[in-house]
Structures are given as structure tokens and as C-alpha cells.
Design a protein around this ligand. Structure first.
Ligand code: SF4
Length: 68
């Protein structure tokens, strides 16, 4: 199973892939590691629609890291 094609360019992934924040680890496992579920990622939707990467602290579910 392939990972999200934006993985290497994704600010959220780069910032939080080695973090100890459980929510980030869980969301990376859920969204980033699979091409199919990554299609549901709010970050990817925004990038695809606008061409602009959202703030690094926006998570794949659309919430900000600080909100959890
Ligand atoms: S946060 Fe979204 S865009 Fe970034 S690597 Fe994960 S699934 Fe892809």
C-alpha cells in the first residue's frame, strides 16, 4: 500500500512525524500512510484546491494541533 504522494512535501508530516503527540501519530497512521485514506485529508483538499499549503499545525482532520 502506497503512502500519500504529498508526504515528503507536507509541513504537518515533517513537523510531527517524530513527535510524541499521540493525536498526530494516530492521524499520520490513519491518513498519511495510505493513499486511499489520504484522499480524505483536509490539508490535501486545501492544497489541491488552492495550490497553497495550509499552516503546518493543521492536522489531516482539519483541526489545529493546539485545539486538541
Ligand atoms: S497530512 Fe495529509 S497531505 Fe500531509 S502527508 Fe498526511 S495525508 Fe498527505
Amino acid at each position: 500500500m502506497a503512502v500519500c504522494e504529498r508526504l515528503e512535501n507536507c509541513g504537518f508530516f515533517k513537523k510531527y512525524k517524530d513527535s510524541y503527540k499521540g493525536i498526530c501519530t494516530a492521524l499520520i497512521a490513519e491518513y498519511c500512510n495510505y493513499t486511499e485514506t489520504s484522499k480524505l485529508c483536509e490539508r490535501k483538499k486545501i492544497f489541491n484546491e488552492t495550490g497553497v499549503s495550509p499552516d503546518d499545525d493543521m492536522m489531516p482532520n482539519g483541526k489545529m494541533v493546539d485545539e486538541v
